[in-house]
Design a binder for this molecule. Sequence first.
Ligand code: MG
Length: 381
Amino acid sequence: MTTIAIVVGAGRGHRFGAGMPKQYRALAGVPVVRHAVQTLAEHPSVDGVIGVVHPDDHDLFENAVAGIEGVTHTDGGAERQDSVRNGLAAAAAFSPTRVLIHDAARPFVNGALIDAVLHPLDKTPGAVPALPVADTLKRGADGRISDTVDRTGLYRVQTPQGFRFEEIKAAHDKAIGQTLTDDAAILEAAGLPVALVPGKERNFKITTQDDLSRAEALIAGGPARTGFGFDVHRFERGDALRLCGVDLPHDFKLAGHSDADVALHALTDALLGAIGQGDIGAHFPPTDDRWKGADSQVFLAEAARLARQAGATISNVDLTIICEAPKVGPHRDVMRARIAEILEIAVTRVNVKATTTERLGFTGRREGIAAQAVATVLFPG
Ligand code: MG
């Protein structure tokens, strides 16, 4: 079963006024569209993501999603419906069984919502996340209420909307010339049933500058969680040792099952701790030959991916390397840059420092290196 996600962001966001289209504005330090593309691309049930972008915005999109695997893009059309049809045409190359169609400007889609939308597709050709209308609804004209609308059975519909590919593709092709407001409506017009699954309030669409501020506030104002990591590796004879993904010339190397990068191990444990997902040994058991001699950057990148999948944004990480030698100072900047790159965060959110133990204890006797790390992540409020 192949599932393709189509992320529709071909509009130019007129309500934002002049400047960059809203889907490329920065949210928590990365473009708005990157949030959703990354969540979808990293979901275990999603096999690929197709961005539908304005023909003038190819560079913007490519830069926005740089480094995320399994993402391609195609040109949008005059209206949203045309854009989705282009996305479906591009998806056909993958022969998918299911598609998710998502707005580029809904950054807070998460793994649970994707699962909820995909689940009913075993039994029904379409499923959409929706929230019951809670406010009283009025119809009005010329600044006056004309009547009160019964809100019983009324829903506000979100994305991602999930469909069986053959049905939605045929329905879209059939709907050319009609103007329908969303993809569910296209399936409805074809006379096919669409299931409602519970949506999420936080999965709102960024339409105005106020929405973007609200999104920033949600990320900044949500609960912060902190995790702690500690690791030790002993020295053995060698000519270089790896710390923070950087090879330092030295008379010793660190012994271990993987590349023994003690600093990245402590950091990986800190990040896993912050999201409540155990420790490095549980995810990458030393008994597994796959991790023999492994580059520990893989472990840290996976912890960062799990954090994003859980809906968390990495606020900052702080690392202390404890040893008499080698000197960390001259390598500090390149270490920070490497960690920032692996975590996909700004370098200002990464701190690397070092201390000795005044020649006391095993680090003082130069038998090995210890590292301590703290990671703080923010969950949307
Ligand atoms: Mg270790």
